[in-house]
Design a protein around this ligand. Structure first.
Ligand SMILES: CC(C)(COP(=O)(O)OP(=O)(O)OC[C@H]1O[C@@H](n2cnc3c(N)ncnc32)[C@H](O)[C@@H]1OP(=O)(O)O)[C@@H](O)C(=O)NCCC(=O)NCCS
Length: 344
């Protein structure tokens, strides 16, 4: 049987930073509160009015294709995980397909909030495992600044913009996605959602006046569910694959809150040095957090490393994946110009 292995990663981060010091000028908050309650120091914001999620996703895909040394026409399918598509339709995947010139690809958007990349990964893997496709792009991309109320201190400190992509290809030697768990429970959907803009509350002057086009959450409750959900599936996937903390090279957690990540790592018996953490620099980029971590740690990853990916998000959606890394990151040729353009 073929496994679906990640054979390349790419990313795009907007140039503009929004620091805690700047937020102190905008709302009643403090750098100290944000750092100790969330672990975030700054986030990236895509300020160009004429650019959105598809732009970032396409740049991440181009960054990946260049590193892998393949042409966009070789891509069979594009899955874009996002809750901030450029528009309801066409899908972001269509816009990315056209922008990068993936002339032989089909694709679609996947809506699973902060678990979007994880769900996209297991969905994309099915096309590879079945033998149907040879190259599937899975992209996590969100322009969270487009749905955040920058007068609401309980949400605006948490989120940032960004995109990252992985390429899935068949592997017959046992490397790639070994196992995954996906869960949804819609019964608490109101705890983290955007009420307006959809078919239930189409945009009107009233929905805008009521700020229904912004993300809303009950932070404390989401926190409780996230700690439990992420730790549960992470422990479960380790147990059913006979893994202990010692077997894991890295935990790759969704970056929502440092305290949620620490609780998950504790439950897995994993120390901080084995946890990929970049929340400090990017905040919560929703579907992009996990692939952005893989990107930041790529140089450090070796063929055969055991990774546990874990996420929790709106819906609620949550899950975990056990991945046996397929290549030596140190061997990836770095195009410094392309890297500088992607990461600023
Ligand atoms: C949002 C979150 C950081 C708040 O942290 P918390 O420790 O739960 O804080 P609480 O919500 O209990 O609020 C504590 C106090 O801080 C205040 N506060 C909230 N945001 C603040 C901010 N940015 N600056 C200063 N004070 C703030 C609250 O108003 C509250 O004040 P009160 O006690 O006078 O009412 C935390 O709940 C969280 O991360 N939740 C998960 C959110 C998430 O990850 N969502 C994305 C999907 S995974």
């Amino acid at each position: 049987m073929n496994f679906a292995a990640i054979t390349a990663v790419g990313h795009f981060l907007p140039e503009d930073r929004l620091t805690n010091a700047e937020l102190e000028q905008m709302i009643d908050t403090s750098d100290e509160w944000i750092r100790t309650r969330t672990g975030i120091r700054e986030r990236r914001i895509l300020r160009d009015k004429d650019k959105a999620t598809a732009y970032m996703a396409a740049r991440a895909a181009e960054n990946l294709l260049k590193k892998r040394g393949i042409d966009a026409s070789e891509i069979d399918a594009i899955i874009v995980a996002t809750v901030t598509p450029d528009m309801f339709f066409p899908s972001t995947a269509c816009l990315v397909q056209a922008e990068i010139g993936a002339t032989n690809a089909w694709g679609f958007d996947l809506s699973a909030a902060c678990s979007g990349f994880l769900f996209g990964l297991s969905t994309g893997a099915k096309f590879i495992e079945s033998g149907r496709h040879k190259k599937v792009l899975v992209i996590g991309a969100d322009k969270m600044s487009s749905i955040i109320d920058y007068t609401d201190r309980t949400t605006c400190v948490l989120f940032g913009d960004g995109a990252a992509a992985v390429l899935l290809e068949p592997d017959s030697e046992g490397y790639g996605l070994i196992d995954s768990i996906e869960r949804v429970d819609g019964s608490n959907w109101k705890m983290l959602c955007m009420h307006g803009g959809g078919s239930l509350n189409p945009p009107t002057h009233e929905t805008v006046d009521q700020k229904m086009h912004y993300l809303r959450q009950e932070g404390r409750m989401v926190f409780r569910y996230a700690v439990e959900g992420m730790a549960d599936v992470s422990a479960e996937i380790m147990e059913r694959n006979g893994l202990t903390g010692d077997d894991i090279r890295y935990l790759v957690p969704h970056q929502a809150n440092l305290r949620i990540i620490d609780a998950t790592a504790r439950r897995m018996g994993i120390t901080r040095d084995k946890v990929m953490l970049n929340i400090e620099r990017y905040g919560n980029t929703t579907a992009a957090t996990i692939p952005l971590c893989l990107m930041d740690w790529e140089k450090d990853l070796r063929r055969g490393d055991n990774l546990i990916l874990a996420a929790f998000g709106g819906g609620f959606t949550w899950g975990a994946a056990y991945l046996k890394w397929a290549y030596d990151g140190k061997d990836v040729a770095v195009d410094t110009e392309a890297e500088a353009a992607a990461s600023h």
